[in-house]
Design a protein around this ligand. Structure first.
Ligand SMILES: *Cc1c(COP(=O)(O)O)cnc(C)c1O
Length: 357
């Protein structure tokens, strides 16, 4: 079995070793030290100050998105949500459920996010902006400079769902003016599903989170921040997953560091895109793609068949897409423990399936 999916991903051997161990008891000094070490590496790779806070939520990425919106905003806020696909729509749905005041900046199909898209929303008093920096449902990686500029001009807090881009593409939380960043363990980190991590800068903790009163016990960030003072979480985390995260960050650090890690992923993305073209297939070129994945465009409605045959005949897994493109698009991830030759094999098998029809 080989996973070319964006999450869960093809895991690294070192993760299997960690996963096979007894889960230790965690209200200990040793576990706290593991958490501190994990925080340091995470902040280093995220390029944020040591005084940023890390929240360890035992939830999937969506839990991290919802908890962040609940903690950072209330009814006095006015939020702009960038919706360029399913994950942007999810942020909008979260705002709706929590009865927050929000507007949508909608990106049309196959269009990039442009500076002029922000024009109707300038000078309107937005206090927050929500964006999925890599909208994983389309592969589009937004221009962070453009988003940062808007937020700074409007005085809006910038909340970034980096689930599909952190540890996949270049990333700099502080330089890019991000106040809160959400990630999820089964994506860029390539470990088990089960945890969402939220990194918060000092300004959003002091001015928004500490001043907010929220109706939730489990998701109240103030409690998490307080407990992190001694390297702990208020409730039992997915302890084993915390060990996997720690191990993966150290693996990256000890194998050439973050820049090398990103270069390897970029190389796979470029290699695969070249193979696609050589085989007469296409991928979106009207907007910038993340290195995390390549959406493959099909001329005939064969996506389901290719997905099923890759899985059933060859035990190769790729990502289908939802919605109106579901018959014409598949997404191939470039993260996880894969080699360039794995992409040669994948293309070979895809072409076999396509040509037999
Ligand atoms: C995968 C993903 C999520 C979270 O999905 P979960 O299934 O809740 O973990 C959120 N945003 C983006 C951009 C994603 O790619």
């Amino acid at each position: 079995m080989k996973l070319f999916t964006i999450g869960p991903t093809q895991m690294y051997e070192t993760t299997f070793d960690v996963r096979s161990q007894q889960i230790p008891y965690f209200r200990t000094r040793e576990f706290s030290e593991l958490v501190y070490e994990t925080n340091s590496l995470l902040k280093k790779f995220m390029k944020t100050s040591e005084d940023s806070s890390v929240i360890y939520l035992t939830a999937s990425g969506t839990g991290g998105m919802e908890a962040t919106v609940m903690n950072c905003f209330n009814k006095t806020d006015k939020i702009l949500v960038i919706v360029g696909g399913n994950f942007g729509q999810r942020f909008a749905d979260i705002c709706k459920i929590h009865e927050l005041s929000y507007d949508i900046l909608k990106i049309e199909d196959n269009e990039p996010l442009k500076k002029s898209d922000f024009d109707p929303f300038r000078g309107k008093g937005y206090t927050g902006l929500l964006v999925n920096l890599h909208e994983t449902s389309t592969g589009q990686l937004y221009d962070i400079d453009m988003i940062k500029e808007f937020c700074q001009q409007e005085g809006a807090y910038l909340i970034v769902d980096a689930i599909g881009t952190f540890l996949c593409d270049d990333f700099a939380m502080d330089d890019n003016g991000m106040d809160a960043v959400i990630i999820s363990t089964q994506k860029g980190l390539c470990v088990s599903p089960g945890m969402a991590l939220v990194v918060l800068n000092k300004r959003i903790v002091e001015n928004k989170i500490n001043k907010n009163t929220i109706k939730s016990m489990y998701f109240d960030f103030k409690d998490y921040i307080h407990n992190m003072g001694h390297g702990q979480t208020p409730f039992t985390p997915a302890v084993g997953v915390v060990y996997e995260i720690n191990d993966m960050l150290k693996y990256i650090e000890n194998n050439g560091g973050i820049e090398k890690h990103l270069a390897v992923i970029e190389k796979r993305a470029l290699h695969f895109r070249k193979l696609l073209k050589e085989n007469g297939m296409t991928y979106p070129e009207t907007y910038t793609l993340s290195n995390a994945e390549t959406p493959v465009q099909l001329k005939v409605p064969a996506a389901k068949n290719i997905f099923e045959e890759l899985k059933n005949k060859y035990q190769l897994f790729v990502n289908p897409v939802g919605g109106k493109m579901q018959d014409y698009m598949l997404r191939i991830a470039h993260i996880g423990n894969l080699k360039l030759e794995d992409y040669d094999e994948l293309i070979d098998k895809m072409m076999k399936i396509i040509n037999q029809k």
